[in-house]
Design a protein around this ligand. Structure first.
Ligand SMILES: [Zn+2]
Length: 120
């Protein structure tokens, strides 16, 4: 009988549990979306790793520009080795003594690939 009483009590609370469950199910797509975005970022980070191999996408220091420019180029510096890069569209170029040389570029799968015209 005691068990029956507990079950009856639980059934009384099932409305609240339903609401809570509904909220949890409602939140699930958002949580999943968050996970998917995280996976996407891990799969195709905004910036490729530095030549030195110590710096990943999130670690680069942003050099500039402070305002959006017409050539859509953004400059970054590796905090570990000091190499400078220019990010422009799908390309990530390494600063050399003679200007910028192609380093990596995004493939059609949004993965970073070594640029073919490599001159390092
Ligand atoms: Zn570096």
């Amino acid at each position: 009988m005691a068990v029956g009483g507990i079950l009856a009590h639980r059934r009384g609370a099932s409305f609240l549990a339903g609401v809570a469950g509904g909220l949890a199910v409602g939140m699930l797509p958002l949580l999943l979306l968050g996970v998917i975005v995280k996976l996407m970022l891990a799969w195709c980070p905004e910036r490729p790793p530095c030549v030195c191999g110590k710096c990943n996408s999130e670690e680069y220091d942003y050099v500039g520009p402070m305002h959006k420019t017409e050539d859509n180029a953004y400059y970054y510096q590796c905090p570990h080795c000091g190499r400078e890069y220019r990010s422009q569209g799908p390309k990530f170029d390494l600063k050399t003594a003679h200007g910028y040389s192609p380093y990596m570029q995004k493939s059609k799968w949004q993965r970073w690939k070594r640029s073919t015209q490599q001159s390092l």
